[in-house]
Design a protein around this ligand. Structure first.
Ligand SMILES: [Zn+2]
Length: 243
């Protein structure tokens, strides 16, 4: 009898504990993104208002580095900030470029070949569409599209996504590149981007929703199907002209 009651109580309690844990992980992830948004503002203040490139060629050659290396000094050199705590395999702080390669923690946050290959659970936003001259928040410097963005280009910082739960590559074309949110399916620069339509697992990481940090430093859990991307509003891109 007592055992039966305990079993019933446990069956009531365990789902509640599971939900509480999931909620704690989601808030942890959101806090990481807040730190990244703050770091981006500080970086921008030190860099004549430019945002960090999403990726850039290393000056010494040998490869590329990612936005994470630019922000590393501004997050207290804490690599955990780049990870969503629900992500178990693609963890930046592990320093492991892929499951089959050994960890190399010495490349974390550094401008060295290999840094860009390390996956992480949180991605910078590189989604955009060009109608009206829109441009991604985290662009790429000369040598690519030369579409870097400056903070004065941001017209509505509270409606402009900088970071989100990553895992952006729906096709696995670049399996290590789990550090951005990227438009892969359909016409590359058309409105209507929807991570759910792309089958992006990162879009549903937290109970069918995903975390985002915006340019005003605010952050929240959003339904990925309801993030505006049309002619009235696009939370994935900045205007091309500052005014
Ligand atoms: Zn997350």
């Amino acid at each position: 009898m007592v055992i039966a009651i305990i079993a019933i109580l446990a069956s009531m309690l365990l789902p509640a504990l599971g939900k509480a844990k999931a909620r704690a992980l989601q808030i942890h992830c959101l806090n990481n993104m807040k730190q990244l948004a703050l770091a981006t503002h500080t970086y921008s203040g030190d860099a004549e208002e430019w945002l960090p490139p999403i990726q850039a060629l290393l000056p010494q050659g040998g490869g590329e580095s990612s936005w994470r290396a630019y922000l590393f000094p501004y997050v207290g050199k804490a690599p955990r900030v780049y990870d969503c705590p629900t992500e178990k395999e693609e963890v930046y702080a592990n320093g492991r470029p892929s499951k089959n390669r050994p960890p190399s923690p010495w490349v974390l946050g550094q401008f060295v070949p290999g840094e860009i290959d390390i996956a992480s659970g949180i991605g910078a936003v590189n989604v955009h569409w060009t109608f009206g001259g829109a441009q991604p928040p985290f662009g790429r410097p000369a040598g690519y599209e030369n579409n870097l963005c400056r903070t004065p280009m941001i017209e509505a910082p509270s409606q402009f996504l900088w970071f989100g739960d990553g895992h952006g590559d729906a096709f696995g074309v670049w399996p290590q590149d789990r550090w951005w949110i990227w438009k892969e399916v359909g016409q590359a620069n058309s409105p209507g981007f929807n991570r759910l339509a792309q089958g992006d697992k990162g879009a549903v990481r937290h109970n069918r929703r995903s975390n985002y940090a915006r340019a005003d430093g605010s952050s929240s859990l959003l339904d990925p199907a309801r993030i505006p991307c049309d002619t009235n509003a696009c939370w994935w891109s900045a205007k091309a002209d500052s005014h």
